[in-house]
Design a protein around this ligand. Sequence first.
Ligand SMILES: Nc1ncnc2c1ncn2[C@@H]1O[C@H](COP(=O)(O)OP(=O)(O)O)[C@@H](O)[C@H]1O
Ligand SMILES: [Mg+2]
Length: 248
Amino acid sequence: MSPVVQLESVTKEYGSGASGARAVADVSLSVAEGEFVSVMGPRGCGKSTLLNLIAGLEVPTSGRVLVCGEDLSRLSDKALSDLRLRYLGFIFQSFNLLPRLTVEQNVSWRLGLIGVSGRPARDRTAAVLERMGVPPSTWARYPSELSGGEQQRVAAARALATEPKLLLADEPTGNLDSASGRTMLDLLRSLNLQRRMSVVMATHDSFAGTYGHRTIRLKDGRIVREAGEMERSPAAEGQVLPFRRRGE
Ligand SMILES: Nc1ncnc2c1ncn2[C@@H]1O[C@H](COP(=O)(O)OP(=O)(O)O)[C@@H](O)[C@H]1O
Ligand SMILES: [Mg+2]
Protein backbone atom coordinates (compact mmCIF):
# COMPACT_ATOMS: atom_id res chain seq x y z
CA MET A 1 0.00 0.00 0.00
CA SER A 2 1.34 3.44 -0.85
CA PRO A 3 2.22 5.71 2.05
CA VAL A 4 -0.34 8.33 3.05
CA VAL A 5 2.32 11.02 2.70
CA GLN A 6 5.46 10.91 0.66
CA LEU A 7 7.87 13.81 0.32
CA GLU A 8 10.71 13.40 -2.14
CA SER A 9 13.58 15.88 -1.70
CA VAL A 10 11.19 18.73 -1.06
CA THR A 11 12.54 22.27 -0.86
CA LYS A 12 10.49 25.40 -0.34
CA GLU A 13 12.04 28.82 -0.74
CA TYR A 14 10.32 32.12 -0.13
CA GLY A 15 11.61 35.01 -2.19
CA SER A 16 14.92 34.70 -3.98
CA GLY A 17 18.53 35.83 -3.82
CA ALA A 18 19.91 37.39 -0.64
CA SER A 19 16.44 38.14 0.73
CA GLY A 20 15.26 34.59 0.04
CA ALA A 21 14.52 32.13 2.82
CA ARG A 22 14.72 28.39 2.55
CA ALA A 23 11.88 27.34 4.83
CA VAL A 24 12.12 23.62 4.00
CA ALA A 25 15.36 22.17 2.65
CA ASP A 26 15.61 18.84 0.86
CA VAL A 27 13.18 16.96 3.08
CA SER A 28 12.32 13.36 2.28
CA LEU A 29 9.71 11.73 4.44
CA SER A 30 7.23 8.92 4.26
CA VAL A 31 4.24 8.48 6.55
CA ALA A 32 2.47 5.13 6.54
CA GLU A 33 -1.24 4.60 7.02
CA GLY A 34 -2.02 4.59 10.72
CA GLU A 35 1.22 6.28 11.68
CA PHE A 36 1.49 9.24 14.08
CA VAL A 37 4.51 11.42 13.39
CA SER A 38 5.55 14.41 15.48
CA VAL A 39 7.55 17.15 13.82
CA MET A 40 9.56 19.12 16.34
CA GLY A 41 11.92 22.02 16.35
CA PRO A 42 12.14 25.68 17.38
CA ARG A 43 10.01 28.46 15.94
CA GLY A 44 10.93 29.22 12.36
CA CYS A 45 12.44 25.80 11.58
CA GLY A 46 9.84 25.09 8.89
CA LYS A 47 7.16 23.00 10.65
CA SER A 48 4.16 24.96 9.37
CA THR A 49 5.61 25.18 5.88
CA LEU A 50 6.06 21.40 5.88
CA LEU A 51 2.41 20.85 6.83
CA ASN A 52 1.25 23.40 4.25
CA LEU A 53 3.25 21.56 1.59
CA ILE A 54 1.61 18.26 2.54
CA ALA A 55 -1.82 19.90 2.35
CA GLY A 56 -1.03 21.37 -1.06
CA LEU A 57 -1.48 24.88 0.33
CA GLU A 58 2.10 25.67 -0.67
CA VAL A 59 3.84 24.48 -3.83
CA PRO A 60 7.38 23.15 -3.45
CA THR A 61 10.21 25.01 -5.18
CA SER A 62 11.61 21.57 -6.01
CA GLY A 63 10.82 17.97 -5.16
CA ARG A 64 7.54 16.08 -5.11
CA VAL A 65 4.71 15.74 -2.62
CA LEU A 66 2.42 12.72 -2.84
CA VAL A 67 -0.67 12.31 -0.68
CA CYS A 68 -2.55 9.01 -0.76
CA GLY A 69 -0.44 8.15 -3.80
CA GLU A 70 -1.41 11.29 -5.74
CA ASP A 71 1.31 13.64 -6.93
CA LEU A 72 -0.14 17.00 -5.88
CA SER A 73 1.59 18.87 -8.71
CA ARG A 74 -0.39 16.85 -11.26
CA LEU A 75 -3.80 17.62 -9.81
CA SER A 76 -6.09 20.39 -11.01
CA ASP A 77 -7.25 22.91 -8.39
CA LYS A 78 -10.58 21.13 -8.24
CA ALA A 79 -9.00 17.68 -7.81
CA LEU A 80 -6.70 19.07 -5.11
CA SER A 81 -9.55 20.58 -3.13
CA ASP A 82 -11.54 17.34 -3.50
CA LEU A 83 -8.59 15.37 -2.16
CA ARG A 84 -8.25 17.80 0.75
CA LEU A 85 -11.91 17.49 1.54
CA ARG A 86 -12.09 13.73 1.27
CA TYR A 87 -8.87 12.73 3.00
CA LEU A 88 -7.46 15.62 4.98
CA GLY A 89 -8.16 17.43 8.20
CA PHE A 90 -6.04 20.45 9.08
CA ILE A 91 -5.84 22.08 12.49
CA PHE A 92 -4.21 25.40 11.65
CA GLN A 93 -1.83 27.12 14.02
CA SER A 94 -3.97 30.28 13.79
CA PHE A 95 -7.24 28.27 13.63
CA ASN A 96 -8.54 29.87 10.37
CA LEU A 97 -12.12 29.75 11.63
CA LEU A 98 -14.63 31.59 9.48
CA PRO A 99 -15.40 34.79 11.42
CA ARG A 100 -18.95 35.25 10.12
CA LEU A 101 -20.05 31.73 10.97
CA THR A 102 -20.93 30.53 14.45
CA VAL A 103 -19.00 27.74 16.15
CA GLU A 104 -21.62 25.23 15.06
CA GLN A 105 -21.69 26.56 11.49
CA ASN A 106 -17.91 26.42 11.20
CA VAL A 107 -18.11 22.67 11.68
CA SER A 108 -21.36 21.93 9.82
CA TRP A 109 -20.31 24.04 6.83
CA ARG A 110 -17.38 21.72 6.22
CA LEU A 111 -19.66 18.70 6.56
CA GLY A 112 -21.94 20.28 3.95
CA LEU A 113 -19.03 20.27 1.51
CA ILE A 114 -18.85 16.47 1.72
CA GLY A 115 -22.61 16.13 1.33
CA VAL A 116 -23.62 15.76 4.98
CA SER A 117 -26.42 18.18 5.85
CA GLY A 118 -29.60 18.55 7.88
CA ARG A 119 -30.10 16.37 10.92
CA PRO A 120 -27.07 14.09 10.35
CA ALA A 121 -24.85 17.18 10.10
CA ARG A 122 -26.30 18.67 13.28
CA ASP A 123 -25.83 15.40 15.14
CA ARG A 124 -22.28 14.92 13.95
CA THR A 125 -21.40 18.53 14.71
CA ALA A 126 -22.76 18.24 18.24
CA ALA A 127 -20.93 14.96 18.81
CA VAL A 128 -17.56 16.24 17.66
CA LEU A 129 -17.87 19.55 19.54
CA GLU A 130 -18.76 17.63 22.68
CA ARG A 131 -15.89 15.23 22.17
CA MET A 132 -13.52 18.19 21.86
CA GLY A 133 -14.88 19.70 25.06
CA VAL A 134 -16.38 22.82 23.46
CA PRO A 135 -19.13 23.95 25.85
CA PRO A 136 -22.63 23.95 24.24
CA SER A 137 -23.14 27.49 25.57
CA THR A 138 -20.62 28.68 22.95
CA TRP A 139 -22.00 26.84 19.93
CA ALA A 140 -24.13 29.77 18.73
CA ARG A 141 -21.32 32.28 19.27
CA TYR A 142 -18.83 33.65 16.78
CA PRO A 143 -15.13 32.72 16.92
CA SER A 144 -14.11 36.23 18.06
CA GLU A 145 -16.23 35.77 21.20
CA LEU A 146 -14.24 32.68 22.22
CA SER A 147 -10.97 32.28 24.08
CA GLY A 148 -7.91 31.07 22.19
CA GLY A 149 -8.21 27.64 23.76
CA GLU A 150 -11.89 27.35 22.76
CA GLN A 151 -11.09 28.43 19.21
CA GLN A 152 -8.36 25.81 19.05
CA ARG A 153 -10.83 23.13 20.10
CA VAL A 154 -13.38 24.29 17.53
CA ALA A 155 -10.67 24.19 14.87
CA ALA A 156 -9.89 20.62 15.89
CA ALA A 157 -13.59 19.68 15.86
CA ARG A 158 -13.93 21.07 12.35
CA ALA A 159 -10.88 19.16 11.14
CA LEU A 160 -12.05 15.90 12.69
CA ALA A 161 -15.74 16.12 11.76
CA THR A 162 -15.16 14.70 8.28
CA GLU A 163 -13.26 11.72 9.73
CA PRO A 164 -10.09 12.40 7.75
CA LYS A 165 -7.68 9.67 6.77
CA LEU A 166 -4.84 12.09 7.49
CA LEU A 167 -4.80 14.79 10.13
CA LEU A 168 -2.32 17.65 9.90
CA ALA A 169 -2.15 19.33 13.28
CA ASP A 170 -0.12 22.52 13.58
CA GLU A 171 0.70 23.25 17.23
CA PRO A 172 -2.67 21.79 18.30
CA THR A 173 -1.91 22.41 21.97
CA GLY A 174 -0.39 25.86 21.49
CA ASN A 175 -3.27 27.70 23.13
CA LEU A 176 -4.27 25.13 25.71
CA ASP A 177 -3.28 24.78 29.35
CA SER A 178 -1.43 21.57 30.10
CA ALA A 179 -4.51 19.59 31.21
CA SER A 180 -6.53 20.49 28.10
CA GLY A 181 -3.45 20.00 25.97
CA ARG A 182 -3.16 16.50 27.26
CA THR A 183 -6.84 15.82 26.58
CA MET A 184 -6.34 16.98 23.01
CA LEU A 185 -3.28 14.78 22.54
CA ASP A 186 -5.02 11.76 24.07
CA LEU A 187 -7.92 12.29 21.70
CA LEU A 188 -5.64 12.47 18.67
CA ARG A 189 -3.93 9.32 19.81
CA SER A 190 -7.17 7.45 20.34
CA LEU A 191 -8.44 8.45 16.88
CA ASN A 192 -5.12 7.28 15.50
CA LEU A 193 -5.49 3.93 17.23
CA GLN A 194 -9.22 3.39 16.72
CA ARG A 195 -9.62 4.67 13.18
CA ARG A 196 -6.07 4.32 11.94
CA MET A 197 -6.12 8.03 11.20
CA SER A 198 -2.60 9.04 10.24
CA VAL A 199 -1.34 12.12 12.04
CA VAL A 200 1.43 14.58 11.27
CA MET A 201 1.67 16.97 14.19
CA ALA A 202 3.94 20.00 14.36
CA THR A 203 4.87 21.09 17.83
CA HIS A 204 7.61 22.89 19.70
CA ASP A 205 6.34 21.49 22.98
CA SER A 206 8.56 18.64 24.13
CA PHE A 207 5.73 16.91 26.00
CA ALA A 208 3.50 16.90 22.91
CA GLY A 209 6.47 15.65 20.92
CA THR A 210 6.50 12.42 22.93
CA TYR A 211 3.13 11.45 21.43
CA GLY A 212 3.31 9.42 18.30
CA HIS A 213 5.35 6.62 16.86
CA ARG A 214 8.12 8.72 15.49
CA THR A 215 9.59 12.16 16.07
CA ILE A 216 11.28 14.16 13.37
CA ARG A 217 13.44 17.10 14.33
CA LEU A 218 13.82 20.02 11.98
CA LYS A 219 16.48 22.68 12.10
CA ASP A 220 16.60 25.46 9.52
CA GLY A 221 14.25 23.47 7.33
CA ARG A 222 16.27 20.26 7.38
CA ILE A 223 15.64 16.98 9.14
CA VAL A 224 18.45 16.72 11.65
CA ARG A 225 17.29 13.71 13.58
CA GLU A 226 14.64 11.08 13.52
CA ALA A 227 13.83 9.20 16.69
CA GLY A 228 11.81 6.01 16.78
CA GLU A 229 10.21 4.76 19.96
CA MET A 230 13.32 3.01 21.24
CA GLU A 231 15.32 6.21 21.32
CA ARG A 232 12.93 8.28 23.35
CA SER A 233 14.04 10.11 26.41
CA PRO A 234 13.34 8.44 29.77
CA ALA A 235 10.92 11.29 30.51
CA ALA A 236 8.66 9.90 27.82
CA GLU A 237 8.54 6.45 29.37
CA GLY A 238 5.01 5.43 30.17
CA GLN A 239 3.51 8.12 27.95
CA VAL A 240 4.27 6.21 24.81
CA LEU A 241 4.01 2.65 26.11
CA PRO A 242 0.66 1.70 24.56
CA PHE A 243 2.12 2.82 21.31
CA ARG A 244 5.33 0.92 21.20
CA ARG A 245 5.81 -1.89 18.79
CA ARG A 246 7.61 -4.11 21.18
CA GLY A 247 10.45 -6.26 20.02
CA GLU A 248 11.52 -3.94 17.23
N1 LIG B 1 4.77 33.15 3.48
C1 LIG B 1 6.04 33.31 3.82
N2 LIG B 1 6.83 34.24 3.23
C2 LIG B 1 8.13 34.39 3.55
N3 LIG B 1 8.76 33.66 4.48
C3 LIG B 1 8.05 32.72 5.11
C4 LIG B 1 6.65 32.51 4.83
N4 LIG B 1 6.21 31.48 5.63
C5 LIG B 1 7.27 31.10 6.36
N5 LIG B 1 8.36 31.84 6.07
C6 LIG B 1 9.70 31.68 6.67
O1 LIG B 1 10.05 30.31 6.59
C7 LIG B 1 10.67 29.87 7.79
C8 LIG B 1 9.89 28.72 8.40
O2 LIG B 1 8.65 29.20 8.88
P1 LIG B 1 7.54 28.25 9.48
O3 LIG B 1 7.30 27.14 8.54
O4 LIG B 1 6.37 29.11 9.84
O5 LIG B 1 8.26 27.70 10.79
P2 LIG B 1 7.66 27.10 12.14
O6 LIG B 1 6.25 26.65 11.86
O7 LIG B 1 8.57 25.97 12.49
O8 LIG B 1 7.69 28.17 13.17
C9 LIG B 1 10.78 31.10 8.68
O9 LIG B 1 12.03 31.66 8.50
C10 LIG B 1 9.69 31.98 8.16
O10 LIG B 1 9.99 33.33 8.39
MG1 LIG C 1 4.50 27.14 12.81
